[in-house]
Design a protein around this ligand. Structure first.
Ligand SMILES: C[S@@+](CC[C@H](N)C(=O)[O-])C[C@H]1O[C@@H](n2cnc3c(N)ncnc32)[C@H](O)[C@@H]1O
Length: 267
């Protein structure tokens, strides 16, 4: 169960990588100006607005497998321009009747282990010049994640939530480039890089509040029927996070966040 409101609390810093990714996607895509765009793992529709702004005549479809996120996203729908559909990215393949110029995804593929195995089909479905562009968090070895993994495997919690520990399904920029470069009859031009953002968070337990919207979601779902255990778990995790991410003299909490970006243009 996703909680769109919790996720949207950090919509400002979460939008920046979308803009950084879009800045590296070619402006003129196949089908121009009515480019067909898929937003894979669209969530509550955050990146839809910048996509629609960049390609004002495009027809964009956001795909997601969370009913809660899709309900929230519907508020952004515009007939013929922007719509949303239920899909599981592990199985989603472009409809051959569509000719997508851009397959876009922000902060979603890390929830889909083995997502790279879909790349050959996705690139095959693109016309020449068509682009796959995505961003994934690459912070699984950061304290926010390692501390959570330790707690999930601890004697106290392991029996209930071991399966909710974060799983690192993200490859390095070089690994993504190696997979994508040979795909298609003439290969792909691949631009892959990583950036570590330094978020400066405010308020009490700000790192906990951030991960509540994403990484912590499977744990919270498993403890959902036991509020007392949920509160105990959050108190223990919050204490560990406070030690790993102390508040600075100016009152902000520095939260480094590595992200991996890939733009593959089919030749
Ligand atoms: C962190 S949110 C990102 C949402 C949006 N792209 C954004 O940038 O605001 C991750 C999204 O991926 C979706 N997701 C996770 N696994 C998925 C799957 N197997 N199929 C489709 N969507 C999935 C979740 O439902 C969630 O909405």
């Amino acid at each position: 169960m996703w909680d769109p409101q919790q996720y949207l609390r950090h919509s400002g810093p979460r939008l920046r990588p979308v803009l950084d990714l879009l800045a590296h996607v070619p402006g003129r895509l196949p089908g121009h100006p009515r480019v067909r765009i898929a937003d894979l793992g669209c969530g509550p529709g955050g990146p839809s607005a910048p996509l629609a702004e960049r390609w004002p005549e495009a027809h964009i479809t956001g795909y997601d497998n969370s009913p809660e996120m899709l309900r929230e996203a519907e508020a952004h729908a515009r007939p013929g321009r922007l719509d949303f559909a239920h899909a599981d990215l592990a199985r989603w393949r472009p409809d051959p009747a569509e000719s997508f110029g851009l397959l876009f995804s922000n902060a979603a593929f890390h929830w889909v282990p083995g997502h790279q195995h879909a790349f050959p089909d996705w690139i095959a479905a693109l016309p020449s010049g068509g682009t796959l562009a995505f961003q994934v968090p690459g912070n699984f070895s950061a304290p926010s994640h390692t501390l959570l993994a330790e707690l999930c495997g601890s004697a106290r919690w392991g029996g209930r939530i071991a399966a909710a520990a974060p799983v690192d399904a993200v490859l390095t920029p070089a690994e993504y480039a190696e997979i994508l470069a040979p795909l298609g009859p003439d290969g792909c031009d691949v631009d892959a890089w990583e950036t570590t953002y330094l978020h400066r968070l405010t308020g009490p337990d700000p790192v906990l509040e951030w991960v509540k919207g994403t990484t912590l979601r499977p744990v919270l779902a498993r403890l959902g029927d036991d509020p007392a255990a949920r509160d105990d778990f959050l108190a223990e995790y919050a204490e560990a996070l406070r030690a790993a991410y102390p508040r600075g003299a100016d009152g902000t909490t520095a939260f480094p966040f590595r992200r991996v970006f890939v733009v593959a243009v089919k030749r």
